[in-house]
Design a protein. Structure first.
Length: 164
């Protein structure tokens, strides 16, 4: 497995632009809260570390990962934001529910991004078990929330660059 020994939140190989001029929405699923709260902490701190003002970060909770799409849509409909970060965690169970939810969320987030021509970032863990989720929410493989925040910053910067 390629992630076996890799911290996926290591951005030492790339430049992350300043986020001081951008406004971000963060939509966080309440389901699997221990994991999603860790993802949120990583995303929020990463935005702050790259210059985002705390008052330019708008956080909203939704019941589960399936609702991330609706949450992102509502934020972009009602707030002037440069990017949205969607944070959730879906852990494989014994039924096909996992497949339906993961597919719907991925497609939904893409559709919202296209609808508003704004970056909507997929910060959703889709793991086989709890340990894999923990490993990617601040554990040995880094924090997917950090990755999602850096992606949001880079995409907001790209959009701003192209708008100019």
């Amino acid at each position: 497995m390629s992630t076996q020994l890799k911290n996926l939140s290591d951005f030492s190989h790339t430049e992350v632009p300043s986020a001081v001029n951008y406004k971000f929405g963060i939509v966080v699923a309440e389901w699997n809260a221990v994991i999603t709260n860790a993802l949120y902490g990583g995303a929020y701190q990463s935005l702050i570390d790259h210059g985002t003002l705390p008052e330019h970060i708008f956080t909203y909770a939704v019941p589960g990962s399936f609702e991330l799409t609706s949450g992102a849509d509502l934020l972009l409909k009602n707030l002037k934001l440069d990017a949205i970060i969607c944070l959730g965690c879906v852990i494989q169970g014994e039924t096909r529910h996992f497949d339906f939810i993961c597919n719907a969320v991925a497609n939904g987030i893409s559709n919202v991004a296209i609808k508003y021509s704004k970056p909507v970032i997929f910060g959703v863990l889709t793991t086989d078990n709890q340990q894999q989720a923990e490993d990617r929410a601040g554990g040995k493989h880094g924090n997917k929330g950090v990755e999602a925040a850096v992606t949001a910053i880079k995409m907001a910067n790209l959009a701003a660059t192209l708008d100019n």
